[in-house]
Design a protein. Structure first.
Length: 127
């Protein structure tokens, strides 16, 4: 997460400075833009309303941005929605990864990639 500045969540603002760099040069962080967050939060909201998901975290790094989805905040994430622009020309910049590391869907278009959760909504565990 950013250091108290939520502009990184929307991909706006100046590049952050890396504390580990010697010359204090700007380091561009990969982040989700407003439209991307809107798409992700729309899916997230449906699952929260159904009681399946309860928490999330957003991480931004030099190479990848990650939206992690949790059933409980003390557990490992159930799913990760990742944005890695380095893969944009190869496999697609977006992917959904399950808790076991399996890539469930990847592609160029985030909306299409998030459709993997449409099938998941209909499948529920029964106690």
């Amino acid at each position: 997460m950013s250091d108290g500045d939520d502009t990184a969540l929307h991909g706006l603002g100046k590049p952050k400075f890396s504390p580990a760099s010697n010359n204090n040069s700007p380091v561009a962080l990969i982040s989700f833009h407003r439209r991307e967050l809107d798409l992700i939060l729309r899916v997230y909201g449906r699952f929260v309303a159904s009681g399946d998901w309860r928490d999330y975290a957003i991480d931004h790094g030099r190479h990848v941005a990650v939206f992690s989805i949790y059933r409980h905040s003390r557990e490992l994430p159930l799913y990760r929605v990742e944005k890695d622009p380095r893969l944009a020309r190869k496999q697609g910049a977006y992917r959904v990864v399950a808790a076991d590391g399996q890539v469930l869907k990847r592609g160029q278009d985030l909306e299409t990639v998030l459709k993997v959760f449409e099938r998941k909504k209909h499948l529920r565990l029964v106690d």
